[in-house]
Design a binder for this molecule. Structure first.
Ligand code: 3H9
Length: 696
């Protein structure tokens, strides 16, 4: 089917857009719209035109896949299409339902009239892609809804319902029935009343205290935008709508668009957009794979992790039975869950009635038998194979046929865990990140025997509980923790060699991470990393010890929870404070190891930490643990605070150039304090670098 269809309905020509899934305004669609309107102009019997999309989408905006390709610039471009509408003689009505976003909303604003379903999702979300509306949105929206509202919407990229603009000329009418029929009736009325074209560009726009308003708004935006140039450009363009003539304002917008689309930030954000959507695609699990109904969930363990996991399902309206061994621990978990909901009510994020309904879905229990009929069980018990064995053997005995048995393990061998049951095909890893009710990432660990049905069900469920699910194969630490282990190791080695915790964290945070590696270790709990290290020391007796970190743990310094780790903490305050005690420990350890401290540059800190992620990521990719490089990026963007404006470690490496990454890695390898085996460039990285290729 071609991208547009042209049909006559009496005196009205209807151009319907068909470019699934979201009517992205790609070249063919743009061409079809212009051809359709030209045809209508040439037909004396046609008195008005309606442009309509599908039920799901009027249009999701410019086709982002075309960005950076010749098709994007092929005429008619979107600005040309919209300019063209301004030159026509017959009224053009946009009939809007589903979503009208970005270029889609700009197309609608380029039409002379608009009728919409009240629940249409409306947005100019370009800023989230590191750009600004580039087809007149910054000039037309202020004319239709006022400067302040328009600036808010453009800078935030927020999606709001069309009904919010009732009473403004953004929508002339709201359709109560069938959209096309209502649009046709609206167009007929226009014709009957002799209403001609009405161009948004001719409307007035002003603000009573424009200078002061933009100054004030600019200060706020500047602070919020930090590493992103787009929000300030949005402000400049909206400001131009007030202070400049329409065409000059459009020029400001076009120039900014042309600049922003070339930035690393925009490339990274666009990469993240597609990467996030790619994660759900599993090459050997077709989209029509049957799934199981998950109507009830059991969670084993009511600690921070277990109760956080439970909240996800309660939020989605799925009843949860939460199990603990002791009443006291169970009560603590339930109290924690109630507290989270109370907090949401206090913050005005939900009503007390809603919160009550959610909590009512929770059934605390001390008996495994209460899990016999749930559709999915997730265990969040102590990270120890022996403990997991007991839990899974028990689950195998009591759970009904067809129940999915999931482990929240973050490092242990899922295949081994599955082998404790007689139904390994029903066993899967669902690795939530702490706090589990807040963090978006869910690593879905596919065991050797996990069935496709169980995998497809888990991915569907992840969507329902609003997680970004990434598939990982089985290995120690899966994707995220396996990589972070290497990253943390480099940070600890640099402590030995001469850096301070403050310097390391500052350099990594300047690079854009939400938190440096040592602050992160203090937040996660030093004991967790220590337990993993001790297991590794046992498995590989000749491996290098992390002397400083081990010493701090031996002193009971487990980070925030004990008030001291790599930093010290004042009770009730999470802000890390420099601790001279730590300096002393570091100095002692260096002496014991015979290391003379040297000055370490911020560049070295960033390269060693980030390229450790890249090198391990390349191995993970080559081993097939991750399905694609962009999945690794999503793990890091959503679970580990990697700067979104850098697109994730693998995308960042692509931008630096893999040959440059290899050269830097070879240099790091010359340092005798590093693990020279690890710092051999991963074969895949070396190969891609050689061939001048990229990961993504
Ligand atoms: C723009 O308009 C610039 C202009 O100002 C100026 C131009 C000169 N293009 O999210 P979903 C794909 S910039 C291409 O899972 P949902 C998406 O990749 C644009 N593809 O569905 C996925 O593909 P696949 C401003 C797009 O129902 C599929 O559609 N607009 C586009 O949860 C389904 O997506 C935006 O930023 C696109 N524009 O949500 C809107 N949009 O199946 C971005 C989607 O192969 N889009 N796809 O994985 C969205 O926010 C959501 O997709 C939307 C639907 C709300 C529309």
């Amino acid at each position: 089917m071609s991208s547009t269809q042209y049909e006559l309905h009496g005196r009205v020509a209807v151009i319907s857009m068909h470019n699934p899934p979201v009517n992205g305004l790609g070249y063919e669609l743009r061409r079809g719209i212009v051809d359709g309107v030209k045809k209508a102009e040439a037909d004396d019997n046609v008195k008005a035109v309606v442009i309509i999309g599908s039920e799901q989408a009027f249009s999701g905006g410019a086709d982002i896949r075309e960005f950076g390709t010749p098709k994007m610039m092929a005429e008619p471009t979107l600005p040309t299409v919209i300019n063209f509408l301004d030159t026509t003689t017959k009224p053009v009505v946009a009939a809007i339902g589903g979503v009208a976003m970005g270029g889609g909303l700009e197309l609608a604003m380029g039409c002379h009239y608009r009728i919409a379903k009240a629940d249409t999702k409306v947005a100019l979300p370009e800023v989230k892609l590191g750009i600004l509306p580039g087809a007149g949105g910054t000039q037309r929206l202020p004319r239709l809804i006022g400067v302040e509202h328009a600036l808010n919407l453009i800078v935030s990229g927020a999606t709001v319902p069309a009904a919010m603009f009732k009473g403004s000329p953004l929508f002339d009418e709201f359709s109560q029935g069938e959209l096309l029929q209502d649009a046709l009736a609206f167009a007929e009325k226009l014709i009957d009343e002799g209403k001609g074209i009405r161009r948004v560009r001719d409307m007035k726009v002003s603000h009573p205290k424009a200078e002061a308003f933009f100054m004030w708004a600019g200060n706020g935006i500047q602070q919020m935008a930090k590493n992103y140039p787009a929000p300030m450009k949005c402000l400049e363009a909206v400001k131009a709508s007030v202070f400049k003539k329409f065409d000059d304002g459009i020029k400001v917008e076009r120039d900014a668009f042309a600049q922003l689309i070339q930035t690393e930030e925009s490339k990274s954000l666009r990469h993240a957009f597609f990467a996030e959507r790619a994660t759900s695609k599993i090459p050997d699990v077709p989209e029509d794979t049957p799934t199981r109904d998950i109507k009830s969930v059991g969670v084993i363990g009511a600690g921070t992790m277990g109760s956080g996991i439970a909240i996800n399902f309660l939020n989605a309206g799925i009843p949860v039975r939460i199990l603990e061994m002791k009443q006291e621990a169970l009560d603590r978990g339930v109290k924690h869950i109630q507290g989270v909901y109370e907090g949401r009510v206090k913050k005005g994020k939900m009503t007390a009635e809603d919160a009550e309904k959610k909590v009512a879905l929770l059934q605390p229990t001390l008996s495994y038998d209460d899990l016999s009929d749930v559709d999915l069980v997730i265990e969040a018990v102590f990270e120890d194979m022996g403990v997991k064995q007991q839990v899974f053997e028990k689950l195998d005995q009591i759970c009904k046929h067809g129940a999915i048995l999931a482990s929240n393990t973050s490092t242990l061998d899922l295949n081994k865990i599955a082998s404790f049951t007689k139904r390994p095909e029903d066993v899967i890893g669902l690795h939530f990140f702490s706090p589990a009710n807040v963090m978006k990432l869910l690593e879905v660990v596919r065991g050797e025997k996990t069935s496709k049905e169980v995998l497809a069900t888990s991915m569907k469920l992840a969507k329902k509980i609003k997680k970004t699910a990434v598939i990982s194969g089985v290995c120690d630490g899966f994707i995220g923790n396996r990589m972070v282990g290497r990253y943390q190791t480099e940070a600890l080695l640099m402590l030995e060699e001469g850096a301070t915790p403050q310097q390391i964290d500052k350099a990594i945070e300047k690079f854009g991470f939400v938190m440096g590696p040592l602050r992160m270790a203090d937040l996660a709990g030093g004991d967790i990393g220590w337990a993993i290290r001790k297991r590794h020391y046992e498995e590989k007796p000749d491996m290098k010890r992390m002397v400083i970190a081990d010493r701090l743990c031996e002193m009971g310094r487990f980070g925030q929870k004990t008030g001291a780790g790599f930093y010290k903490y004042i009770p009730g305050n999470r802000k890390p404070q420099h601790d001279p005690e730590v300096d002393k420990v570091i100095e002692e350890c260096r002496k014991e190891m015979g290391i003379t401290p040297r000055k370490i540059s911020d560049q070295e800190i960033v390269e060693r930490c980030v390229y450790a992620l890249v090198n391990e990521g390349a191995r993970i990719l080559e081993e097939g643990i991750a399905q694609r490089a962009s999945d690794i990026d999503i793990v890091y963007l959503t679970g580990y605070g990697f700067p979104v404006f850098r697109g994730g470690p693998m995308f960042y490496a692509d931008q630096v150039g893999l040959l440059n990454v290899v050269r830097a890695i070879e240099k790091i390898r010359e340092n005798p304090n590093t693990d020279s085996k690890f710092w051999e460039p991963a074969p895949l990285l070396a190969k891609l670098a050689d061939e001048g290729k990229t990961f993504n």
